[in-house]
Design a protein around this ligand. Structure first.
Ligand code: IMP
Length: 210
């Protein structure tokens, strides 16, 4: 998606401040953006990753835009003109649960967790689902918005120790039957929803037509 971005907005060595409290997400963003010469750091306010209010609306992009507004408000004005802000929001959408937990993934994770999701699904054979991510890069009033989807299915049991969130119950379509939790970080990132949205962002900022 191109949003009227001028060629001089996106520099070759940007300081990118990522508004996330999740170290796994931070690593994934570094993996995609630092090889291009950018420096990715976490947004910290008084030394801590700030909390964001997640509006309870059923549109991931609107939730991500709301995070962006909050992040902009937290940044000192002097820094806003010299660095880019990265925000991302993601969720797990399960077909047989009509998209639940979706935009409520974070809340569902903290309350019922992956085991609760397995209980809700029981032994149903309808296990299709997808992770979705929306990543937005903002600089000097301009935004690039990119999405990523990773289809897969929900396993019958918790499997693996790596990753975070719903990774121990998510088997990506393109895998050999392993869950994301059984993969290395780079293997997961090569097929993940967030990896796809970050790859699209990195391509957009390095494209000469931007
Ligand atoms: P948020 O984007 O920080 O609001 O988080 C969304 C929630 O979706 C997280 O708390 C996780 O539970 C889940 N989620 C998003 N991406 C992933 C992923 O790559 N692996 C596992 N869980 C994820």
């Amino acid at each position: 998606m191109k949003l009227g971005i001028e060629s001089d907005t996106w520099g070759s060595e940007m300081r990118i401040v990522f508004a996330t409290g999740n170290q796994n997400k931070l690593k994934e963003a570094k993996e995609y953006l630092e090889p291009l010469g950018h420096n990715v750091e976490q947004l910290l306010v008084a030394g801590k990753a700030p909390d964001f209010i997640e509006p309870q609306i059923e549109d991931l992009q609107q939730v991500t835009l709301s995070k962006l507004e909050q992040a902009i408000a937290m940044m000192p004005k002097s820094e806003l003109s010299s660095c880019a802000i990265l925000v991302e929001d993601s969720g797990l959408f399960i077909d047989s649960l009509k998209g639940f937990p979706g935009v409520y993934s974070s809340y569902a994770y903290k309350t019922i967790g992956p085991r609760g999701i397995l209980r809700l699904m029981g032994q149903t054979k309808l296990r299709g689902c997808e992770y979705r991510a929306v990543s937005i890069l903002f600089m000097q009033g301009k935004k690039i918005i990119k999405t990523g989807i990773c289809r897969g299915e929900i396993s019958l049991e918790i499997t693996g120790n790596g990753g975070f969130g719903y990774d121990p119950i998510f088997i990506p379509e393109v895998s050999d039957g392993r869950t994301f939790s059984q993969m290395s970080e780079s293997e997961k990132s090569s097929m993940s929803h967030r990896g796809k949205s970050l790859k699209a962002l990195s391509e957009a900022i390095s494209s000469p037509s931007m």
